[in-house]
Write a protein that binds this ligand. Sequence first.
Ligand code: FES
Length: 61
Amino acid sequence: MSPADLPDICTCNGMREEDIKRAIAAGAQDLDAVFAYLKQDIFCSQCLVDIDSYLFPTTGD
Ligand code: FES
């Protein structure tokens, strides 16, 4: 499966995992910063939990 086949993390804005990771790598430290970096707006909020999991990954403990 190529990256282009992966589902969007945020369907409202068409943001994919690679976009979220790029924003975090660029210094985004919270949800607002991720959306601001990607120049997108929060619409339905359904993706926020998923994006949060990239911002604050659990260690599995
Ligand atoms: S899925 Fe991200 S704002 Fe709707």
